[in-house]
Design a protein around this ligand. Structure first.
Ligand code: F6P
Length: 320
């Protein structure tokens, strides 16, 4: 393989730039030519490609977001869109594509591979919801951002004897809520994977901890559970504790990537290019037990990542 392309797709995640950088540097090290595709699959459809050299990716390892821009591409979900992308690859002589993103991006990579362009995926999403992989690029940085924000909320919550109801990202996945909830010492953690009982999981826990001298409370709620404003009102009505809702929102997706994310991105990207070089395709890179490995994308997309109920139970045990 002599010419490859790299793209970032779906929601951005801190560490995507470190991954792009390592793809470019590895490819150049292996005497390949490498193109950066602008705005995800749309860039392949519209032939928006930038030739990358060693210096194109200088000064990017520490930057959040993605220098290649990103997009969700409805057009790429159509046969016509895929055909346009394939035509771009053929015209440009691109023999393989590294796709950095989440599940939706990997479905695109699977479809592009099926149309004759070998693809390898690198998991990058703050949601950490890629089934075959223990940790995705961006998750650690986002978790640190959440912790930083909630620590600030705690200061004001403590000063006013209030309850802070905080929404963190994760439409379908509660990983970020669970691990940050543990790290900020939340009284309750609500995630889309586990049904909650307002009385038992919130009111009773607040009362129990109040009886032992606690005056302020943090409730971490995953975006998929939602309704934090209503929840805060209801908590105030039922418990009499003044409550405020905060939606952390997209701030969680930004910022300079942590050491962990920069390392994960660099390792995964290097591994991905070597996979393409070895003639492998339709693969997704993953990390398990601190070891890099790869899975067939189609199989990976069918895998389920069971929610960590043991961790959830542990969080409940220590939040009294
Ligand atoms: O997939 C990452 C994610 O940040 C989710 O947690 C969130 O629900 C979604 O993206 C938000 O997407 P958008 O940027 O389109 O609002």
């Amino acid at each position: 393989m002599k010419k490859i392309a790299v793209l970032t797709s779906g929601g951005d995640a801190p560490g995507m730039n470190a991954a792009v950088r390592a793809v470019v540097r590895t490819a150049l090290h292996e005497n390949m030519e490498v193109y950066g595709v602008v705005r995800g699959y749309n860039g392949l459809i519209n032939d928006e490609l930038i030739p990358m050299d060693l210096r194109t990716v200088s000064d990017t390892i520490h930057r959040g977001g993605t220098v290649l821009f990103t997009a969700r591409s409805p057009e790429f979900r159509t046969e016509e869109g895929i055909q346009k992308a394939v035509a771009t690859c053929h015209r440009r002589g691109i023999e393989g594509v590294v796709v950095i993103g989440g599940d939706g991006s990997f479905r695109g990579a699977r479809d592009l591979t099926a149309h004759g362009i070998p693809c390898v995926g690198i998991p990058a999403t703050i949601d950490n919801d890629i089934s075959c992989c223990e940790e995705t690029i961006g998750y650690d940085t986002a978790a640190n951002t959440v912790i930083n924000m909630v620590d600030k909320l705690r200061d004001t919550s403590q000063s006013h004897d209030r309850c802070s109801v905080v929404e963190v990202m994760g439409r379908h996945a509660g990983w970020l809520a669970l691990t940050t909830g543990i790290a900020v010492g939340a009284t309750s953690i609500l995630v889309p994977e586990v049904e909650f009982d307002f009385q038992k999981d919130i009111v009773d826990k607040m009362k129990l901890t109040a009886a032992t001298g606690k005056h302020h409370f943090i409730i971490v709620v995953a975006e998929g559970v939602g309704h934090v404003d209503e929840l805060a009102k209801k908590i105030e009505e039922v418990t009499g504790v003044e409550s405020r809702a905060t939606v952390l929102g997209h701030v969680q997706r930004g910022g300079s990537p942590s050491s962990r994310d920069r390392n994960l991105a660099s390792h995964m990207a290097n591994y991905a290019v070597h996979l393409l070089e070895e003639g492998k395709s339709n693969r997704v890179v993953a990390i398990r037990n601190n070891k890099l490995l790869d899975f067939d994308i189609t199989e990976a997309l069918e895998m389920k990542k069971p929610f960590d109920m043991d961790m959830y139970r542990m969080a409940n045990e220590i939040s009294i």
